[in-house]
Design a binder for this molecule. Sequence first.
Ligand code: B12
Ligand code: SF4
Ligand code: SF4
Length: 383
Amino acid sequence: MDSSMDWNQLKADMKAAAAELGIDKIGVASAAPFTELRERLERHRELGYESGFEEPDLAKRTEPELLFEDPQSIIAIAIAYPSKLQDPPKSEPGARRGIISRSAWGEDYHSVLRERLRRLEAWLLERVPEGRFLSMVDTGALSDRAVAERAGIGWIGSNCSIITPEWGSWVYLGEMITNLPIPPDAPVTESCGSCTACIDACPTDALIGPGQLNSQRCISYVTQTKGVVTDELMRKIGNRLYGCDTCQVVCPENKGKHATHQPELAPDNEKVKPLLVPLLAMGNREFKERYGASSSAWRGRKPIQRNAVIALGNFKDASAVPALADVLRGDPRFELRATAAWSLGRIGGAAAFDELRAARGRERDEAVIEAIDRALTGDTASI
Ligand code: B12
Ligand code: SF4
Ligand code: SF4
């Protein structure tokens, strides 16, 4: 490594270049092990609070030297995303709409941040040709939030999110481990203070304390599962098709924060607030065309379609009965048929009950038969 290199100057130049590289905030963390996080992750696992989407190897999650030879620092980046729709289409009786969470608006953030990290690597290599880098966004082993907190990108809010003073929590995070010994930044000094708005607003009490989440009860997680959801959680999903933004929407730190300068992240209203009924019959090809470029597509079309069925039940809109009956009659996936039975039961009325009785006579799947029976008797408590 070039011994005459002024690393403080390189860091200052890198920060000055961030905007032209398309990066909204950049910070540097030491590559020392995340010892305190390790203990937190162990407790989190013992309590059964993991979602199952995390990297399972806790050593890899907390020891950068297991991922990269001789790590000297970690460069963290944040990209701000929009929080508002312009002239959103109305959700009306007979034309009900669902909502995709803000973190899945626009182009998949994984590809956007990876592209920014590649630009940053190229910028660094021009100045330090011996540089080595390992970049990651979301799917890497490290905790993106723990790295961002250490690098001074923002503080860990009670809702678990990294909150930046500049963009609120409406930011995606990514990082690169490097052999460049860039001096670390200090964590930000702001905090949530005495606010508890997110904990109070969480629809399922999934935030069991400041910065501690029981993922199994988090609606964001539930919308990404593929099975049959419990009655309690189906009611609480509301019209969410993917993800949940409630604990960020209520956050006073997010007031007025709405970044529109990243063109790839601009939402398409009809995709992020779509009509529900047409989603039910959407084939794989149409799904890939509509949602293939969005981060909401990673679990395939089944969760989104199941959530659309749930949303129609929660709207209790009788005009959706024929479409739900089509699902109950003809969808090959038992999870969709069982959920359609729940929704028809929730909507109620003669037409819905006629469909449920007809389905009771022809259905062969035990789980669906059970769901139909509960819907017919009005007992949805234990689905
Ligand atoms: C698994 C996962 C989920 C799971 C579990 C979330 C969770 N809170 O654990 C589910 C599916 C529920 C989920 C939901 C969401 N996710 Co997610 N998810 C992840 C993933 C892959 C791993 C997170 C993880 O390891 N969780 C385990 C916990 C224990 O660790 P952690 O959250 O990383 O860090 C915590 C500890 O460090 C602890 N901590 C450390 N020190 C200290 C000190 C104190 C005093 C305290 C109190 C706590 C504390 O607090 C941190 C924050 O929770 C990361 C990407 C990544 N590789 O890190 C994205 C990530 C966290 N998700 C992200 C987003 C955007 C979301 C959603 C907002 C999406 C949505 N709109 O629905 C929600 C938010 C839900 C919530 N309230 O956290 C962003 C967060 C951006 C940001 N500004 O913070 C990330 C970083 C992806 C990215 N690269 O941008 N997610
Ligand atoms: S994302 Fe939704 S369900 Fe999850 S903690 Fe936040 S408000 Fe609660
Ligand atoms: S709502 Fe209040 S407590 Fe929750 S993250 Fe925002 S500032 Fe912190």
